[in-house]
Design a protein. Structure first.
Lengths: 322, 211
């Protein structure tokens, strides 16, 4: 046995790559012929190549491809006009029209919107008296409407804003449906259910037992505009206290459209249903705080902070609580 | 450049070469560059995603790279293939990003990943796990070794092609690959039984092992 000198992985890797001089190579090969542990190491090196070669390389996601087209269009525009590069925003409706996940879907009428909207508080003063039967349903994970839970402990302090959130969700949902911008592909895994939705006009839900189970397919979320300056520390606290009391923003404005753009991009990346979006600041910088359900049952959210112009993450997505 | 087969078959492909498209772009054809992007974006994405190990970062890098290629198309000189040139721009964009990122704390998606371990997603197949392990392992390597391994071992380019992309001698590519593999071996060797029975059949690997 000549197994007194073993060789390390670096030498063996160089041997495999043909980097050793002839004499050293001969020596190492002679050793390998009789040394099982070193042979094992050589096999490990071969495994690395095999594993790397076998790791699939996915195609570029549609969202990234669109983003690049957009950036190049802006570049072309700035070159042509010599003007501002980003002046020409892409027509997202048009770009996304044929994408497999963008199909027109049916969205329920916002039947009681007027009434609910009347209750939207002007300020963020939370009130206790909202435990009265509210004509609300919550869209469950399977797309059906279930009665909104009235656990007082949980809703205390933001019950009224929740009504407002519901109203906003419907407004956003409707505006969105009319442009197909965020319309979901009903029934499939990536469908994003709205956090709150109103039942149809024909059968208003008055008590939980009478809840009408109807599939709702709109991608939607509650959009607020708190202009709050978030910090990492705050974002680790339950978000309900911050998102709930913020003034609600209606759909249809150019603001809402640009928020939509970012929300759909984030949803594309996270593959999670967007629950609530707040327009505010992050460490003093304008930001969208986008909360998506990571695990609804456990009240766990993924929180994306993006800048509202280019939808780029301002920090790593992190987990939060509602 | 040694090009792996593209999705559209050669017959469907228009008979315009990349170089002709680039010339058309320089001469003001507004559609020429989009065609180049369409042809190569998947490969550029794969390189960036594997080199950076993070989809957000990779998307930024590929976007930067394509915009930069668009701008400096006129400086392209015909001695290299257009694909080599594009690869070079993408790899450099990735290496730039890594350098800048290494200043910031490596927060990673640790929180998210930890949560996913707690509640595994239903579609978390073996393949996905292996893929995540490979990404995590690659992140432990210095950028130059990572880039070399991505091009040679993952993308299947020849050492010579990789050397052109990275603008270093072939011997340098080989030694970066060797050092990278040596570092990955202890981390990835346990995957041997998971992979070589079913999915992996690498003649090169077998050859290597058998001396």
């Amino acid at each position: 046995m000549t197994g007194d000198t073993h060789y390390d992985l670096d030498i063996l890797a160089e041997l495999a790559e043909g980097l050793l001089d002839v004499d050293t190579a001969r020596q190492v090969r002679g050793h390998l012929a009789v040394c099982d542990p070193c042979g094992e190491l050589l096999a490990d090196l071969a495994t690395v190549r095999e594993v790397l070669a076998a790791t699939p390389t996915p195609a570029m996601p549609m969202g990234v491809a669109l983003r690049i087209d957009q950036a190049l269009a802006a570049e072309a525009e700035s070159r042509k006009g010599g003007g501002v590069g980003l002046a020409d925003a892409p027509d997202w409706d048009e770009l996304m029209r044929d994408a497999p996940w963008e199909r027109p879907v049916e969205v329920p009428e916002p039947a009681h919107f007027g009434r609910s909207a009347g209750k939207v508080p002007e300020t963020d003063a939370p009130r206790e008296d909202a435990a009265e039967p509210v004509r609300l349903g919550v869209v469950a994970d399977d797309g059906t409407i279930v009665p909104a839970r009235r656990t007082r402990a949980r809703r205390r302090g933001w019950a009224l804003p929740a009504v407002a959130a519901a109203a906003a969700a419907v407004v956003v949902g409707t505006a969105v449906a009319s442009t197909n911008l965020l319309a979901g592909s009903g029934g499939q895994g990536e469908t994003v259910a709205p956090p709150v939705a109103l039942p149809t006009q024909s059968k208003p839900v008055t008590t939980p037992s009478q809840v009408q189970r109807k599939p709702v397919r709109a991608k939607s979320y509650a959009l607020t505009d708190s202009q709050h300056n978030y910090s990492d520390h705050e974002l680790r606290q339950p978000l309900e206290g911050v998102f709930g009391p913020a003034p609600i923003v209606g759909g249809g404005t150019s603001d809402a459209a640009s928020v939509d753009k970012c929300v759909s991009r984030v949803a594309n990346r996270s593959k999670l249903p967007t629950y609530a979006v707040d327009q505010g600041q992050y460490n003093g910088q304008e930001a969208l705080v986008i909360a998506s359900w990571k695990d609804k049952a456990a009240q766990k959210l993924r929180i994306d902070i993006v800048d509202p112009f280019n939808c780029k993450n301002l920090r790593r997505p992190a987990l939060g609580r509602w | 450049m040694n090009s792996p087969p593209e999705t559209p078959s050669a017959a469907e492909r228009p008979a315009v070469t990349d170089a002709e498209l680039l010339t058309a772009h320089i001469n003001g054809d507004p559609h020429a560059f989009s065609e180049i992007v369409k042809r190569h974006r998947d490969r550029m994405w794969a390189v960036a995603l594997r080199t950076l190990g993070d989809p957000d970062e990779a998307a930024d890098a590929v976007q930067d790279a394509f915009v930069s290629a668009y701008r400096k198309a006129a400086t392209f000189r015909g001695e290299a293939a257009v694909t080599t040139w594009l690869h070079r721009i993408v790899v450099n964009a990735c290496l730039d990003r890594m350098r800048r990122k290494s200043v910031r704390p490596v927060a990673d998606d640790e929180l998210i990943e930890a949560a996913e371990r707690e509640t595994p997603l239903p579609d978390q197949t073996v393949e996905r796990e292996v893929s995540m392990e490979v990404s995590a392992a690659l992140k432990l390597l210095p950028g130059d070794q990572r880039a070399a391994l991505v091009l040679v071992d993952m993308m299947g380019y020849s050492v010579e092609d990789a050397a052109q992309v990275l603008q270093v001698p072939s011997g340098t590519v080989k030694s970066r690959c060797a050092r990278g593999r040596a570092k990955l071996a202890p981390i990835l060797s346990h995957l041997r039984n998971r992979t070589d029975s079913n999915r992996v059949s690498s003649a090169k690997g077998a050859e290597l092992r058998d001396g």
